[in-house]
Design a binder for this molecule. Structure first.
Ligand SMILES: NC(=O)c1ccc[n+]([C@@H]2O[C@H](COP(=O)([O-])OP(=O)(O)OC[C@H]3O[C@@H](n4cnc5c(N)ncnc54)[C@H](O)[C@@H]3O)[C@@H](O)[C@H]2O)c1
Length: 256
C-alpha cells in the first residue's frame, strides 16, 4: 500500500499482458487505487475486458492490441498512452511466456529466439519506449516480470525460458543503476508458480505441475493478486529506496 492516501488517484500505468493472469490482476488492483490503466496485450478481446472492469471503477482505462515483440507496435502503444493520459508514471511489463517446455538438447533455434523475443526484447522495447517520457518528467517506476526459473535454471524443461528471465533480471539491474539519480526506479519480480493460464499456455505436463507444487513449502500455487499487490507497493511512495533488485515470491522456496 502507498504511504500517502490516494497516492495513485489520477496517476497512470501501462500494463503489458493485461488480458490475463498477473497483468490483469495488477490492472484491477491499480484501478481499485484510482489509477488510469493502459491495458496492452496481443489478446485484444481480453485486454478490452480488463479495461471494461477498470472503467467500472474510479480509474479510466483503454485497451490496445500490442505485440511486445514489435518495436513499432510498442512505440505506438506508448504514444497513445501518453496522448490519452498526458503523463505515465508507471509501467508493468508482465507480457511473457515459457511458450513450450523442452529438454535442453531439444531446444531449437525457433523456440530459443521466440522465447527471447517475447520475454527479453519485449521488455527491452517497452523500457526504451517509456523511459524518455519518464526522464522528461523526472520520475517513473518500471516493474519487469522475471521468474524464479532464472535461479533454478529450468533443468529438464525450460532452460530457454530461465535464461530469458535471467536476462530480464540483468537488464532491470542495469537500467535501475543507469537512471537511479534521474528519479527512475526499476525492479523485477521473480515468482514461483502462480495460478494463471500460464502453465496451460506452455503445455506444462501434469507431472511437472505436481513437481512445482511439491517444491513449494506452502504447498500451493500463488494467486495472481499476490503478485499484483507487490507491483502496487513497488510503484508506491512506500518503496522509494528500493531499486534494481528482484523480489522472490514463492511460498518459501522451490529451489530444487
Ligand atoms: N504463472 C506463473 O507461474 C509465472 C511464474 C513466474 C513468472 N511468470 C511470468 O509472469 C508474466 C505473466 O504471466 P501470467 O502467469 O500472468 O500468464 P498469462 O498467460 O495468464 O498472461 C500472459 C499474457 O501475456 C500476453 N502475451 C503473450 N505474448 C504476448 C505478446 N507478444 N505481446 C503482448 N502480450 C503478449 C498473453 O496474451 C497473456 O494475456 C509472464 O512474464 C510470465 O513469464 C509467471
Amino acid at each position: 500500500m502507498p504511504k500517502t492516501p490516494d497516492y495513485f488517484v489520477g496517476k497512470s500505468v501501462i500494463i503489458t499482458g493485461a488480458a490475463s493472469g498477473i497483468g490483469k490482476a495488477a490492472a484491477l488492483i491499480f484501478a481499485r487505487e484510482g489509477a488510469n490503466v493502459v491495458c496492452a496485450d496481443l489478446n485484444e478481446n481480453g485486454a478490452k475486458k480488463t479495461a471494461d472492469i477498470v472503467n467500472a471503477h474510479a480509474g479510466k482505462a483503454f485497451a490496445v492490441r500490442t505485440d511486445v515483440t514489435s518495436r513499432a507496435q510498442v512505440n505506438e502503444m506508448v504514444r497513445r498512452a501518453i496522448g490519452t493520459f498526458g503523463t505515465i508514471e508507471f509501467a508493468f511489463n508482465s507480457a511473457g511466456a515459457a511458450l513450450r517446455r523442452s529438454k535442453f538438447l531439444d531446444i531449437d533455434d525457433d523456440l530459443f529466439d521466440d522465447t527471447f523475443a517475447l520475454n527479453v526484447k519485449g521488455t527491452f522495447y517497452c523500457m526504451q519506449a517509456i523511459l524518455p517520457h519518464m526522464l522528461q518528467n523526472g520520475r517513473g517506476v518500471i516493474v519487469n516480470m522475471a521468474s524464479m526459473a532464472h535461479r533454478r535454471g529450468g533443468p529438464g524443461s525450460s532452460v530457454h525460458y530461465a535464461a530469458a528471465k535471467g536476462a530480464v533480471v540483468a537488464m532491470t539491474l542495469g537500467v535501475a543503476r543507469e537512471f537511479a539519480d534521474a528519479g527512475i526506479r526499476c525492479l523485477s519480480i521473480s515468482p514461483g508458480p502462480i495460478r494463471t493460464p500460464f502453465q496451460a499456455a506452455a503445455a506444462t505436463s501434469p507431472e511437472l505441475m505436481q513437481r512445482f507444487l511439491e517444491d513449494v513449502p506452502m504447498k500451493r500455487f500463488g494467486e495472481p493478486e499476490e503478485i499484483g499487490e507487490l507491483v502496487l507497493f513497488m510503484c508506491s511512495d512506500a518503496c522509494n529506496f528500493m531499486t534494481a533488485d528482484t523480489v522472490y515470491v514463492n511460498g518459501g522456496g522451490g529451489w530444487r
